[in-house]
Design a protein around this ligand. Structure first.
Ligand SMILES: [Zn+2]
Length: 318
């Protein structure tokens, strides 16, 4: 595995205390303020190797977080994959049978097929159908700056502007196979006001990534207006207390390797902005990959080898 060269600086918390649920779904805890307001949800470990979200939720739960308006639900999504996390082989616990963040297609959710992730998705689906505002916490394979991802619908652009953390907001699908949770039909629907956001907090096991996960969860909760602002302010890191205005970008292209011989021109980590249109950024077999416009941002380069691997997304300023 490519990522085995990374040092694991974060410590995966013990989430066993959260197995017992107060709503009958293991590793999901929900609080109802009794007051009106949105149903807000934060997900950790949608990918079992991305431990930063578990650190953030563990902290919020240990600190006794409660909503003052609406409902707040905190979920350790792929707890089975997470339970296999081994710091000496940290990449191996991403999922059990398949990527949880690709199964959000009705045909598969409604079907008879059984995988570990589909069964967990079916357990959680009624909750996702009910929530109004969702934050799904992830991390990345490279040392990219953190970024927030949404589909780019107007309702999402309006809400994510209020969250305003981390500093980059990326709008668009990136052309994945299957559907991510934030693309699940009820979220990706202009006829309702539900919003699903996905944050990529930094490199999977870098110490800063845990800080960004908690800061993002707190800014999300602030924008949702369901938690006492003092609780939030007391826990934000110094760097996150007064963030500047986040920049919004549109994902315009997804680049998938068509050969086993795909090479980036530089060891990109992500969020590099290539000034000139027509700059060569990679080679795929004998094909040159060029930037299609000026000021092209490179999002989430993937250095794993192999034809069919999604290598990169290209983004243009909104
Ligand atoms: Zn992820």
């Amino acid at each position: 595995m490519v990522s085995e060269k990374f040092t694991v600086e974060l410590k995966a918390p013990d989430i066993e205390p959260y197995r017992e649920s107060n709503i009958g779904v293991e590793f999901v805890t929900s609080f109802d303020s009794g007051n009106s307001g949105p149903h807000v949800m934060i997900n950790a470990v949608t990918h079992g190797n991305e431990i930063c979200g578990a650190i953030a939720l563990d902290r919020l739960l240990k600190d006794g977080i409660r909503p003052i308006n609406g409902k707040l639900t905190l979920a350790f999504v792929n707890h089975l994959a997470y339970s296999t996390f081994d710091p000496s082989a940290p990449s191996l616990s991403r999922f059990i049978d398949e990527d949880f963040n690709r199964v959000w297609v009705e045909d598969r959710l409604d079907g008879l097929e059984k995988t570990s992730e589909l069964q967990r998705a079916r357990e959680l689906r009624p909750i996702f159908d009910e929530v109004d505002l969702l934050l799904d916490i992830h991390s990345m394979g490279t040392f990219s700056q953190p970024l927030m991802i949404c589909n780019g619908l107007l309702k999402e652009r309006e809400f994510v502007t209020k969250v305003n953390f981390p500093a980059h907001i990326m709008c668009g699908s990136g052309h994945v196979v299957g559907k991510r949770l934030i693309e699940y039909t009820p979220f990706n629907d202009t006829q309702n006001s539900k919003v699903g956001l996905l944050v990529e907090c930094g490199q999977h096991w870098a110490s800063d990534t845990g800080v960004v996960a908690l800061d993002t969860a707190l800014h999300f909760l602030r924008a949702c207006k369901v938690v006492d602002p003092n609780f939030i302010n007391d826990r934000l890191s110094p760097e996150a207390k007064e963030p500047g205005t986040a920049a919004m970008w549109d994902v315009t292209h997804g680049i998938t390797a068509s050969t086993d011989n795909f090479q980036f021109c530089e060891p990109f980590v992500g969020m590099e902005i290539i000034e000139k249109k027509g700059t060569k950024i990679a080679q795929d077999g004998d094909k040159d990959i060029m930037t299609p416009y000026d000021d092209c941002l490179l999002m989430m380069p993937n250095h794993s080898p192999g034809a069919g691997v999604r290598k990169l997304r290209l983004c243009q300023r909104s």
